[in-house]
Design a protein around this ligand. Structure first.
Ligand SMILES: [Zn+2]
Ligand SMILES: [Zn+2]
Length: 445
């Protein structure tokens, strides 16, 4: 054998990179030759096809090469990105420049009135809020339901967003700086401050709902909202019931506790759909005692996650929320700013890029735990390593999930408690030092 497959590919890639006359033909010659070889490894073929796609002008052939790369390496980001550009899902001008870091955006401190919405009843001008029982926006004064605002789950399905077309853009890497915004209420005319990282709130003087509707340029906008299934009254009851169950901790907790009225909040989360395969290898002990020996073992784990949730904000401590994140995302409806009326709404602080890494880590961790528990059940093993390179993030969404956030006072101190706004599950803290900070952070004081 004259040249190795490796040599052929190196020569092909070098020719493809040089701009000289006939260099493309030369590159094709070596790469085709490498691909015809029986001893070409899958990753070498993927490299050759990727390089061929880069020098190919014919879009049909370019697509064939890229799809060939993906059959071998389904997670290949460069191939997905090139396909997204070929399809027009990703535009060259949106591509992030790797040489210059992405700066966070600073929102306007005083958004103009045209960008602040105060949903009001067309009949009486009263407050509009979300009626949990009717699953519709309705006037809190005359009870009039708002036309066209009833939540119909199947009517307009929530679309998944194309991860590979978003990841190479600046939007996927940018976040918003916390800035306090000053608003002027067009209900009562008073000026008030919206705390940093909030896009909706309530005028403290007349109680009307205020929503900043202006999309901050360069940030990803929410795709969907999960409407509240539990109202504020029920949330308080759930917190009281939770306190009485927790009473075995500090003896006088339920007798001394004073529950605050919880506030409704929509908090941002990223959802990811992931798929693919992860391979693992480990050394497993065979036999027993003196005759035992360590032998290598490999395995393959199939991954599938639908709507894996990653917290995108930091208004609540994720450790604190851990127990109440069991949301049913089937209930998501397309984003509409009016649904936020009367609730606090948070802005994301974790970028799409950062959150996708968290999702991959979590899928890897779950896959490892699963294989250790099932494939290696009852065995002695060491050096377990799982490889996530075959794991593919297929799509994502930015969603707003409902929470009731409140707390209770006990022995003169405040403690946080939060309720899953869809199913009523409660998470909270019992008296311990330093935790009041979590509550303080939410209240923005
Ligand atoms: Zn009304
Ligand atoms: Zn007002």
């Amino acid at each position: 054998m004259s040249e190795s497959v490796y040599d052929l590919i190196v020569r092909g890639v070098a020719a493809a990179r040089s701009a000289g006359p006939g260099s493309k033909e030369e590159a094709r010659f070596y790469l085709d030759k490498a691909l015809r070889r029986d001893d070409a490894e899958p990753d070498q073929k993927a490299r050759a096809w990727m390089c061929l796609s880069q020098i190919e002008a014919d879009p049909r052939k370019k697509r064939e090469y890229l799809e060939s790369v993906l059959t071998i390496d389904p997670g290949n980001g460069s191939a997905h990105q090139a396909l997204a550009m070929l399809d027009g899902r990703l535009k060259a001008e949106d591509l992030i420049d790797p040489g210059s870091p992405v700066e966070p955006v600073r929102p306007a401190e005083a958004p103009p009135r045209s960008e602040v919405r105060r949903p009001a009843c067309p009949k009486c001008g009263g407050q509009v809020s979300f009626d949990v029982d009717r699953q519709s926006l309705a006037c809190s004064f005359c009870g009039e339901p708002m036309a066209g605002q009833t939540i119909e789950k199947q009517a307009d399905p929530v679309k998944e967003q194309d991860f590979f077309a978003s990841l190479p853009t600046a939007k996927a890497h940018r976040w918003e700086l916390p800035v306090e915004r000053s608003l002027r209420c067009d209900g009562c005319g008073a000026a008030f401050l919206l705390p940093p990282l909030h896009v909706s709130g309530v005028c403290p003087f007349c109680g009307s709902a205020q929503i900043v509707t202006a999309a901050v340029d360069g940030l990803i906008q929410p795709t969907a909202v999960l409407p509240f299934g539990v109202d504020g009254g029920e949330a308080s009851e759930r917190i009281r019931a939770w306190i009485s169950r927790e009473r075995f901790r500090p003896g006088d907790l339920d007798r001394g506790a004073d529950v605050d009225t919880p506030r409704g909040a929509y908090l941002p989360f990223w959802t990811f759909d992931l798929g693919g395969t992860m391979s693992w290898h480990a050394m497993v002990e065979e036999g027993r005692g003196r005759t035992s020996r360590w032998v290598p073992r490999t395995g393959l784990y199939l991954v599938y996650h639908d709507d894996l949730l990653v917290p995108a904000g930091n208004l609540l401590h994720s450790e604190f929320m851990g127990g109440i994140l069991d949301f049913d995302t089937e209930g998501l409806v397309p984003f509409s700013s009016d649904l936020l009326a009367g609730y606090t709404t948070g802005i994301y602080q974790v970028t799409l890029d950062g959150a996708s890494l968290v999702a991959r880590q979590r899928a890897l961790h779950e896959g490892s735990a699963h294989e250790k528990k099932h494939a290696l059940a009852g065995e002695r093993y060491r050096d377990f390593v799982m490889n996530s390179s075959g794991l593919v993030v297929v799509s994502y969404k930015l969603v707003l999930l409902p929470f009731w956030i409140g707390g209770y006072r006990c022995r003169g101190m405040a403690f946080p408690a939060a309720v899953n706004g869809q199913n009523g599950a409660v998470a909270g803290r019992v008296p311990r030092n330093g935790l009041q900070k979590i509550l303080a952070r939410f209240w923005g004081q």
